[in-house]
Write a protein that binds this ligand. Structure first.
Ligand code: BJW
Length: 243
């Protein structure tokens, strides 16, 4: 994208592909989580009601993997963009792993929740998840044995949607990174931002299910494409400032 002033408002949506090279599995790729687990059983409120122990086991294992993982060059480049871009950069992530924060990013929206969070299904209280959670764990606020992972499952409303839609209407540049474009409402964000006038860029290993909604598509592994894209964006405004 040419002719940037540096004051543009950038909204970045990230998905599982960004964390793939940190060793965390994606959902829908070959060997992805949904090829090994039935999403109806582990990622729906109905599945949790049927078998909370199974769901806690699934998320306890994912929490352990996420806590052991390190951010990769893609996460680091986005944190650098937030630090060095003169305008605002909002990162909206579907990822629940916390690797953006580990790389130094700030002010994120975790639209699908966070593995490090626990939520009381009875009173809505939230607290930091222990390493291992179990169905009968009492809520620290109301003592109900209704502890669940603070994760947005299918059929539940993702977090901070009004804030996200507002940002999509205001932004100049929308960039989706490492997401298959198959899960709504995130899959519609390029359409939402594009209709409001934003330039939309997709950065992914392969064209997503909604690739037609983007003005530009950059294909390749996020640990390389994201640092390259961030460097080229920052170089444009640095060159301008030098003139
Ligand atoms: C790389 C790479 C590398 C790999 N470098 N790239 C019918 C039509 C439309 C909608 C619906 C429908 N029926 C039901 C719905 C709604 C439903 C939905 O979308 N279902 C679809 C399956 C059809 N959505 C919901 O229920 C959501 N809530 C909702 O809609 O509320 C009502 C509402 C109404 C109106 C407005 C707003 C809301 C909630 C969705 C919750 C999703 N939850 C999950 C699991 C919880 C989190 C967790 O356990 O971790 O979130 S599902 C899972 O998918 C997870 C992810 O965040 C999400 C998206 O996946 P993501 O990140 O895109 O990963 P992958 O694996 O799909 O793709 C990875 C990509 O990376 C691939 O393209 C690779 O090529 C690429 N890649 N390596 C770069 N190194």
């Amino acid at each position: 994208m040419q002719g940037l002033s540096g004051n543009e408002f950038i909204v970045i949506l990230t998905g599982a592909g960004l964390s793939a090279e940190s060793g965390l599995g994606t959902f829908r790729d070959k060997d992805g989580l949904w090829t090994r687990y039935d999403l109806e059983e582990v990622a729906t409120p109905e599945g949790f009601a049927r078998n909370p122990a199974l769901v806690h086991e699934f998320y306890n294992a994912r929490r352990a993997n996420a806590r052991a993982a390190q951010p990769n060059a893609g996460h680091q480049a986005l944190a650098r963009l937030q630090r060095d871009w003169p305008g605002d950069v909002l990162i909206v992530t579907q990822n629940v792993d916390g690797l953006h924060e580990a790389a130094g990013a700030q002010g994120l929206i975790h639209m699908h929740g966070i593995l490090d969070g626990a939520l009381c299904a009875a009173c809505g209280h939230r607290w930091t998840a222990p390493a291992v959670m179990a169905p009968q764990d009492p809520c620290p606020a109301c003592a109900a044995p209704a502890t669940r992972p603070d994760i947005v499952w299918f059929g539940e409303m993702p977090y901070q949607m009004e804030e996200i839609w507002f940002a999509l209407r205001q932004c100049d540049l929308f960039v989706a990174i490492g997401t298959s474009g198959t899960v709504y409402p995130a899959a519609a964000f390029a359409q939402d931002a594009g209709r409001a006038g934003a330039h939309c860029i997709e950065i992914n290993a392969e064209p997503s299910a909604v690739t037609q909604d983007f003005d530009e598509v950059i294909l390749g592994p996020a640990s390389q494409t994201v640092p390259d894209w961030v460097a080229s964006l920052l170089a444009q405004v640095t060159r301008k400032a030098d003139r």
